[in-house]
Design a protein around this ligand. Sequence first.
Ligand code: DGY
Length: 332
Amino acid sequence: MSSNQSVKVLVTRDIPQIGVDLLRKEGYDVTVMGYDKPLTADELLQAAKKADALLCLGSNKIDEVFLHECKHLQVISQFAVGYDNINVPVATKLGIPVGNTPEVLSDATADIAFGLMIAVSRKFFYLHNTISKGEWGFFQPKKNLGIELKNKTLGVFGLGRIGTEMARRCKGAYHMTVIYHSRNRNVQAEKELNAKWVSFDELLQQSDVLSVHSVLSEETKGIFNKAAFGKMKPSAIFINTSRGGVHNEADLIDALTTKTIWGAGLDVTNPEPMQKDNPLLFMENAAVLPHIGSGTVEARNAMSQLAAENIIAFYKTGTMKNCLNPEVLLRK
Ligand code: DGY
């Protein structure tokens, strides 16, 4: 680019102002869209055709067709750590660097996983609803009982940054034993948390709480299905705060209905948003949240800042703070 003045940045949703201000401070021509609701695929395409840089969200489908239509884009910066909405291999072929926002939302998301675990173990959401339905009866010594978490085994599927934060919380609060299954060994967590790598089947069989923190990929899509739930303990709690596509929802509902597992806590569903009559919303042993893992003031501000800084660093130095396809930067 000859001058910052000519860098046109499209921001696809009304994100915390800090990132927009940083981009404007650089002199970029910043257009923020999607104030009331996410852009449709066509609105996104038309707006992106006029942009040099795209700051997008997980709800924007940046697929092969979009990327071929918008191969002029110089940089894409995702306001999220997850990037299953972006076809990164195609972006790489087209020479478009893609950034994301890891680390800054790990605490916020782990808090939601940890909170859901407790909510499910003590049936928070279901019991809350009984009060609003006028069903708060007398003290019933054998009813509405939860299960305790102390000294139980936490199984983490995908022990990256968020999974590690979840494991730290479970170990610190409940002295839980940590086992995990990941593509790669996490030597640091093994040292710090005495975490033990196990096979996928061992993870299913041994976990009292199984918390999903993996990416959504061809390998992980629907991996928590009927067969997987069938291998878990009847007392096990399943938590998913990563992507709804990692579990098969019909199989999960069946596992909860037949008491194959104790309960489930979800911050992510498939599709999103979940329909208001979804059976999971009415089950005693389920707790569902509307994808709020990164939803704290601190995390969202930091995501906004980092997403903007990725774009700024690209134009100023040819690098990015977090790049998913750094080989593209080397080629530039
Ligand atoms: C992420 O950052 O991936 C969160 O799920 C928000 O989309």
